[in-house]
Ligand binder design. Structure first.
Ligand SMILES: [Mg+2]
Length: 121
């Protein structure tokens, strides 16, 4: 067991103790994940980047709210991966490998350009 699989086990135990697995279809979990990601964005809505930096001071309420919403996002991501029979660490490793191909360092370094525009160069 590694720390990530320990977390998945904790999330699964939380769900199972409440018998919520019956509601956790892939469609519902994908929606919940997107909604929690939107709640994460809501914390920062209408603030400039500079205002956000100020608000992120140690112990600031904004930082706490972001941490809570990020926790929700991660929990639903773990639940969705679990429901799909996917191991989160393997999913991340595989996607990073794919992104290595899509975003080669020599073309992508320091640039916020989507992969299809990079490959057209
Ligand atoms: Mg939330």
């Amino acid at each position: 067991m590694n720390e990530l699989s320990d977390l998945v086990h904790l999330v699964r135990a939380f769900r199972d103790a409440r018998e919520w697995g019956q509601f956790h279809t892939p469609r519902q979990l994908a929606a919940a994940l997107a909604i929690e990601a939107a709640e994460l964005q809501e914390v920062l809505l209408w603030r400039t980047d500079a205002e956000v930096e100020v608000a992120l001071g140690e112990g600031a309420p904004v930082r706490e709210r972001l941490a809570e919403e990020l926790g929700d996002v991660l929990i639903y991501a773990f639940l969705l991966a679990d429901r799909l029979g996917l191991e989160p660490a393997a999913v991340v490793r595989r996607k990073l490998a794919l992104n290595e191909v899509k975003y080669p360092v020599d073309k992508a370094r320091g640039r916020a350009t989507k992969h299809d525009a990079l490959s057209a160069e």
